[in-house]
Design a protein around this ligand. Structure first.
Ligand code: FES
Length: 162
């Protein structure tokens, strides 16, 4: 194992930050619960988790900033993740990403001022067979075109998209 690889195989040292597997499970579960409840993880919630699990706040921040499923900032009601992986890239992923950016009016990593949308990108969903792909509110859409993106995001009035 190289020096920059964690025991779980990911780059970095995410597992070392959280101790035993039970500790990691408890912490990730608590963070997911907080994220689900508030839409993000406010400092007050992180302090509560820190006290509840007897973990240093700095360690908790380390985990929250390591995993992109967690956010320290309020997010939009609609979470849009566009794949920027190579399989999606060769099948029009860049056009799909540009279409989403232009429709919602924000760049990657940003949230619209009305908190309607947050746009993120991911390295790969593991569903390259349906490239180009995006995830909207936990639902995966594939074989995308800019026109299909407009229907999915409801930017076309007569949407027939499921
Ligand atoms: S590269 Fe996009 S789903 Fe794999």
């Amino acid at each position: 194992m190289d020096q920059n690889t964690c025991e779980c195989g990911k780059e970095g040292d995410c597992c070392k930050l959280t101790g035993s597997a039970e500790d990691r499970f408890a912490l990730i579960t608590a963070l997911r619960r907080g994220q689900e409840t508030h839409g993000y993880l406010p400092e007050k919630v992180l302090r509560e988790i820190s006290e509840e699990l007897n973990k240093p706040l700095s360690q908790i921040y380390g985990i929250v900033t390591f995993f992109n499923e967690f956010s320290l900032e309020p997010r939009g009601r609609n979470l849009v993740y566009v794949c920027r992986g190579s399989a999606c890239g060769v099948k029009g992923g860049k056009e799909v990403l540009n279409a989403v950016k232009s429709m919602v009016g924000v760049d990657e990593g940003e949230t619209t001022p009305d908190y309607e949308y947050t746009l993120e990108t991911v390295a790969c969903f593991g569903n390259c067979a349906v490239a180009p792909a995006m995830l909207v509110n936990k639902e995966l859409y594939g074989d995308l075109t800019p026109e299909r993106v407009a229907r999915i995001l409801d930017f076309e009035p007569d949407s027939n998209e499921e």
